[in-house]
Design a protein around this ligand. Structure first.
Ligand code: E4P
Length: 217
């Protein structure tokens, strides 16, 4: 399973990249706004900087909600770097835009997916990635991981090449559940990734090894 970091924060992206485990980045307008980025040029520069830090795919979401606007924005974003994946909402215009970009060989991430039917349309339109939102489904007492597993199963059964990118990951256990569900990618906050390292026996064992190593120095 690939690991993307779900942030527009450059320090967190650098931190995850320095661990040597990062396969890409996802952003959205909320994550970009959180970083205080303002204006067209600043947005473009921010995506270029992210691409210079990481080697893998970088999802850049369009702000427009109409087809023409999505195409205009997506074309500009895709021209920035071959790492850019145009992120488009799972609406009728968004699906048309996925089809447009996939026909041109431009990578897409179909976002805001909450049902297997939405994932099916994204796959049929040729999306590179489809993003089911795990945490937001859990928030409304639904089961986000079940949706990931269902999409994985359907894509396998029918041979769709679209990768299942589990998004809205809120904690470390979600990452483990994504592994079990067969997700191709999980995009996670840095804290959830770092949580994979935590075990009290690791800390205790290391403290003992450090203490014993001091006896030999
Ligand atoms: C990433 O592609 C999504 O936009 C993001 O994971 C949404 O996460 P949230 O539900 O925590 O806002």
């Amino acid at each position: 399973m690939k690991f993307f970091i779900d942030t527009a924060n450059l320090d967190q992206i650098r931190e995850a990249q320095s661990m040597g485990i990062l396969d890409g980045v996802t952003t959205n307008p909320s994550l970009m706004a959180k970083e205080g980025i303002k204006g067209h040029d600043a947005i473009i520069e921010h995506y270029k900087t992210i691409c210079s830090i990481v080697d893998g795919d970088v999802s850049a979401e369009v702000f427009a909600t109409d087809f023409d606007g999505m195409i205009k924005e997506g074309e500009e974003l895709a021209a920035l770097d071959s790492q850019i994946v145009v992120k488009l909402p799972c609406t009728k215009d968004g699906i048309k835009a996925v089809k447009y970009f996939s026909a041109k060989g431009i990578k897409t991430n179909c976002t805001l997916v909450f049902t297997v039917g939405q994932a099916l349309l994204a796959a049929k339109a040729g999306a590179t990635y489809v993003s089911p939102f795990v945490g937001r489904l859990d928030d409304i007492a639904s089961d986000g991981i079940d949706l990931v597993a269902h999409i994985v199963e359907v894509f396998e059964r029918y041979g769709y090449a679209t990768q299942v990118l589990a998004a809205s990951i809120r904690h470390t256990q979600h990452i483990i559940q994504c592994l079990d569900a067969g997700a191709d990618v999980a995009t996670c906050p840095l804290k959830a990734i770092e949580g994979l390292l935590n075990h009290p026996l690791t800390d205790k064992g290391l403290a003992t090894f450090v203490a014993d190593s001091q006896k030999m120095i």
